[in-house]
Write a protein that binds this ligand. Structure first.
Ligand SMILES: [Zn+2]
Length: 419
């Protein structure tokens, strides 16, 4: 069909049909997501669309309550007042789900971005042989939180592990899962609950934390590259390219936490010795700083990760020499990893979040020294090192972003005209 394959044809026929129409609608929604309220003129130009096409497409998006027309703005001497358009999405609801070993955090929001609810449910996956069914039950139990008059359109599930390239099955050492069909189980549970058309997405937990960090910290995330390092007491990481998670060939890209930074070193759960995580995880820092022996450190990071981190921060602030030296060495190790990442992907920004953000004042001097040779070279001179002050990794918030995106990227499949 000419409409579906030819870009020009699509334009002349008022937005095209099928895939072309979908991609034009998504272009508008992405533009408004990334630039906020904008004039029709700027939106059309930003999306490469003609005026009559825009009128048709915006009409469709307004009927679906994905776009709203704002009050007119009159500029002095500028003739007719213009009515900017902006993302709406308030009738459509999404869920961001963060799966941990013993609990599940859920955040509900509208596609437009209004927070609706937050809940944490206990769920000990290790005790169940069918973890996917346990998770599906937790998600279905959240459905009464969807407000009257709103409709759930997308769920994004963050897992502590890898998602297969089919986007459906999960392997996780932390959960003891090996190719567990989470996507299928959740979709079928939602269908049984009367919601057969909800989009169900799956991502690695730190991919989503990185997505949230990049989108919230970079003024133009949609055209920048960011590398994210964070975590509660172990390093998690992600690469975010042009505002989207960079997943690579098998979904495992951005695994910066296990870069080789030291020839020897303690063994990481990944099986390597001297990977970044093995050298700078909180447990190892407590030992190197002389604050705990190995066993006590291992226990504290599991039972009270906040207290474990505060122990380091307080001792460093008090000027404890051994602690400061341990953190300096950690800063060097992190700096070696960051240097390699900066060279391999030349990001606009490297983000230090989670516990690395809280330790940043003690890590950055040594990290900067490791980057000295790098930043003297032209392409890397403007790389920014950004530190965030997250109370905890923004995994559930990233899942909400990804679930909202699912709707913006499939408006024809997930929404219907409401008027
Ligand atoms: Zn490792």
């Amino acid at each position: 069909m000419a409409e579906a394959t030819g870009f020009k044809d699509g334009l002349s026929r008022g937005g095209g049909s099928g895939e072309l129409r979908q991609s034009n609608l998504t272009a508008i929604l992405r533009f408004l997501r990334d630039h906020g309220a904008s004039s029709r003129h700027d939106t059309a130009r930003g999306c490469g669309l003609g005026v009559s096409t825009m009128t048709d497409l915006v009409g469709d998006l307004r009927a679906r309550r994905l776009v709203a027309e704002l009050d007119p703005i009159r500029r002095p001497g500028a003739g007719r007042p213009t009515r900017p358009i902006a993302l709406d999405g308030e009738p459509w609801c999404v869920m961001g789900v963060h799966v941990e070993v013993e609990r599940v955090h859920v955040r509900g929001a509208t596609v437009g971005g209004t927070d609706l609810w937050q809940e944490t449910a206990e769920a000990v996956f290790a005790e169940h042989h069918d973890g996917a069914a346990v998770l599906a039950d937790v998600i279905v139990a959240q459905l009464p939180n969807v407000p009257e008059g709103q409709q759930l359109v997308a769920v994004e599930i963050a897992v502590p592990g890898y998602v297969a390239t089919d986007g459906q099955s999960v392997s996780s050492r932390a959960l003891g899962w090996d190719g567990v069909g989470v996507g299928k189980a959740v979709r079928s549970a939602l269908a049984d609950a009367g919601l057969p058309d909800v989009s169900v997405g799956l991502s690695s937990d730190f991919h989503l934390a990185g997505l949230f960090a990049a989108r919230s910290l970079l003024s133009d995330a949609s055209s920048t590259v960011a590398a994210y390092f964070g975590g509660v007491s172990e390093v998690g990481s992600a690469l975010v390219v042009n505002g989207e998670i960079f997943r690579g060939a098998g979904g495992g890209a951005g695994d910066l936490a296990h870069l080789h930074v030291q020839l020897d070193g303690t063994r990481c759960w990944c099986g390597r010795h001297g990977c970044l995580n093995s050298v700078i995880r909180v447990q190892e820092l407590l030992v190197q700083a002389g604050l705990h022996d190995e066993e006590a450190a291992a226990e504290l990071v599991v039972t009270d990760p906040d207290a474990a981190l505060s122990l380091l921060v307080d001792a460093a602030n008090a000027g404890d020499t051994r602690v400061v030296e341990a953190l300096e060495k950690a800063g060097s190790a992190l700096g070696r990893a960051v240097d390699d990442v900066v060279g391999s992907v030349n990001p606009h920004a490297v983000v230090l979040g989670g516990y690395l953000g809280r330790l940043a004042p003690f890590l950055l001097p040594a990290l900067d020294r490791q980057l000295r040779a790098r930043v003297h070279e032209g392409p890397y001179a403007d790389t920014r090192i950004l530190v965030t002050d997250e109370a905890e990794p923004p995994v559930a918030a990233g899942a909400v972003l990804a679930a909202r995106d699912a709707c913006l990227y499939d408006p024809l499949g997930l929404t219907t005209p409401l008027r």
